[in-house]
Design a protein around this ligand. Sequence first.
Ligand code: SAM
Length: 320
Amino acid sequence: MSGTSGSSDVREGKLHEPVLLAEVLAQLDPREAGRYLDGTVGAGGHAAAILERSAPSGRLLGLDVDPSALVAAGRELARFGDRAVLARANFAVCDDVARQHGFAPLDGIVLDLGLSSIQLADEERGFSFRARGPLDMRADPDLRDTAADIVNTWAEPDLRRIFAELGEEPEAARIAGAIARRRMKAHFVTADELGRFVAGVKTRRPRGIDPATKVFQAIRIAVNRELENLNAGLAAAVRVLRPGGRLAVISFHSLEDRIVKTFTREAERGCTCPPDFPICVCGNEPLMRALSRRPIRPSADEVAENPRASSARLRVAVKV
Ligand SMILES: C[S@@+](CC[C@H](N)C(=O)[O-])C[C@H]1O[C@@H](n2cnc3c(N)ncnc32)[C@H](O)[C@@H]1O
């Protein structure tokens, strides 16, 4: 392996299980001598399978914003030698990074959005409403604002907006107001403290999920600028794929899936501008064709073995 970067600060709880692995391989169809990019390499599960299928000469560039994920990926991919290259980078600029590493144009790209089980289980990172660690939630430790910065300093209307828009939380206004009053007395410090507070404020109990789930989702998306990165990453992916190259995206909630679906539809019509652009500025010919109209869902067996897969949806498009 070459180009590995990252800290030695790996806190692996249980290993991360790659979701929809067989489906990603079937759709991406990795070939010998192909060049692939995993924009969310995580613990390297999808990347290792792509390298196995493209043996003996296929190569893969794995990106992650989290140095500790790159350490885990480095271990998993070491057996592939210099066929695997790792770089600490945001997939939002995957076209530039692929060019810098001599990988462009690419035969296939996979984006497995969100966070790995290793990150979610790490109490010190504060992603879970049960975590006793600090309210942090940054996948990229170099980001400036933590979850605590957002909860303790953002104006109440901004909190209300992200809870409603990024969390689809029906009690967004009530929760934002309660947080704004409480933080005047004492700032929120730990993740479980906020989790318990939100659960106490809500008047309705959602079925099957913790009452704080949607608020935590909203804060995590805001901290990591997940939707902005996804919009930029999809546009960058189209730029760096070769004709016939495939883009596979696994999303875990409806906001992400809507962005991927809209982007593919626009790219089929000819526009490659991000979905939130008010007008088309690219003026391009049709660039992508969706391989299926409906997203691919995990099997009942996969969900039984790995409950994290239950909300996963895979969409695949080919560059025309
Ligand atoms: C669901 S995990 C990927 C797991 C991986 N497919 C595997 O099989 O082990 C998502 C990974 O993407 C990383 N990530 C999230 N947003 C990113 C971004 N914008 N650019 C690069 N990496 C990102 C996270 O740090 C995390 O390690």
